[in-house]
Design a protein around this ligand. Structure first.
Ligand code: RTP
Ligand code: MG
Length: 139
């Protein structure tokens, strides 16, 4: 059954600095998803704090925000059939070290002692998150 949704994808600063933007966009398009809007963003602490508010207080929260402030990210509004869940499958599990081969994090993530936060991409995890995050990044 078709259920077209929109999700927020971020190519995080490690993906941008490693010149993987094109490769990640290629995978999103090859799956059949549509790029509805896209921009390069230098996110400030206010926006990042709101984006990651569910993680406030966790040990990785501060390093995560510092990493996300370390350079530009690419924000993408992506549409597709069940794209919220589907993009997270395409991305792979959070830690690139053990993410499955064939996924963005599994194929392109590096296990060179880098912190877990350097996992290339973000994807909204529910319809509620997608709505909130798309409003936050695209007004
Ligand atoms: P995301 O939100 O970025 O799509 O990733 P996710 O759902 O797979 O992971 P989540 O649990 O929401 O965590 C958000 C981001 O925080 C960093 N993280 N670091 N133990 C750690 O050091 C740790 N755990 C999570 C990652 O960048 C993760 O994507
Ligand atoms: Mg998450």
């Amino acid at each position: 059954m078709t259920h077209v949704e929109e999700t927020l994808v971020l190519i995080k600063p490690d993906g941008v600095v490693r010149n993987l933007t094109g490769e990640i966009l290629r995978r999103i398009e090859a799956k059949g998803y549509k790029l509805v809007d896209i921009k390069l963003v230098e996110a400030d602490r206010g926006r990042l704090g709101t984006h990651y508010e569910e993680h406030a207080g966790k040990p990785f929260y501060e390093p995560l925000l510092e990493f996300m402030e370390s350079g530009p990210s690419v924000a993408i509004r992506v549409a597709g059939n069940r794209v919220i869940e589907g993009f997270r499958v395409l991305a792979g599990t959070t830690d690139p070290t053990t993410a499955a081969a064939g996924t963005i994090r599994g194929d392109l993530g590096r296990d060179w002692g880098l912190a877990v936060q350097q996992n290339l991409v973000h994807g909204s995890d529910s319809p509620e998150s997608a709505e909130r995050e798309l409003a936050l990044w695209f007004d």
